[in-house]
Design a binder for this molecule. Structure first.
Ligand code: ACO
Length: 207
């Protein structure tokens, strides 16, 4: 039995998630934000994130509606804050996503429209596989990663935790990208990337 959902945030990323959840007839209790805001789907405003603590962690699921455009600790911090208090983050998967049966997902994974995840890949907690992103076979994607729209990962690619792979970036087969890296939009990554590196261009070079 699906539990009712509280969404953290009310921006564009939260709207995409809300439309998926509504199309799946999930009950949404409301959203949290620092201040009272209108919601385009008439989802009720509950208060700031601390309001969540008034709800029994066994009776609700959370959805992290805060997006990211670069490397940021914000999503990780919120995820850990609430999982440490025994809350669970729901996986949100658009019905048009194609996910091979052997794929393993953590919790709080968000897989947007048209994404494809191939055989034997693993996507860890709180990672966003955004619109049209493709993860080919035997890839390992760490926690708190954002694969921005249209990214392409060839086979056996490893992405470390907290890394942002920019819109339309392409990673060739067998590459390992470290933790907290920033891969620029449109980059083509043909060499391994160490932790904390920002790389842009074709082929991608450290900057
Ligand atoms: C649904 C959604 O919207 S999800 C959001 C998805 N968005 C993304 O993935 C965004 C990814 N971000 C980028 O690609 C950014 O351009 C970044 C993070 C790589 C760079 O941003 P900044 O650090 O602000 O760099 P800035 O814009 O000042 O540019 C610095 C230099 O890098 C170059 N540069 C910036 N981005 C890129 C890129 N993607 N590829 C090649 N060169 C780039 C600029 O041309 C500039 O060069 P110059 O100094 O010779 O003029």
């Amino acid at each position: 039995m699906n539990k009712p959902i509280i969404i953290l945030g009310n921006g564009g990323h939260a709207s995409v998630l809300t439309e998926i959840l509504l199309s799946q007839n999930r009950k949404i209790i409301g959203f949290t934000a620092p201040d009272m805001e209108e919601n385009q789907f008439q989802i009720p405003y509950l208060g700031n994130d601390e309001t969540i603590l008034q709800y029994d962690s066994n009776k609700v699921e959370l959805v992290l509606g805060i997006g990211s455009i670069s490397v940021s600790n914000h999503r990780r911090r919120l995820f850990e804050l609430f999982t440490n208090k025994q809350y669970t983050f729901a996986n949100v998967i658009h019905p048009s996503a194609i996910i091979a049966p052997s794929v393993k997902l953590g919790q709080g994974v968000q897989i947007m429209a048209g994404a494809i995840i191939q055989t034997n890949s693993f996507v860890a907690d709180n990672t966003i596989v955004n619109t049209g992103a493709k993860i080919d076979h035997d890839c390992g994607i760490g926690a708190h990663v954002h694969l921005a729209p249209g990214t392409t990962l060839s086979g056996e690619v490893k992405i470390g935790e907290g890394t942002h792979v920019g819109t339309g970036a392409t990673i060739i087969q067998g590459i390992t990208i470290g933790n907290h890296c920033l891969i620029g939009a449109g980059a083509v990554v043909i060499h391994n990337i160490k932790h904390g590196v920002k790389a842009v261009g074709v082929p991608a070079k450290e900057v």
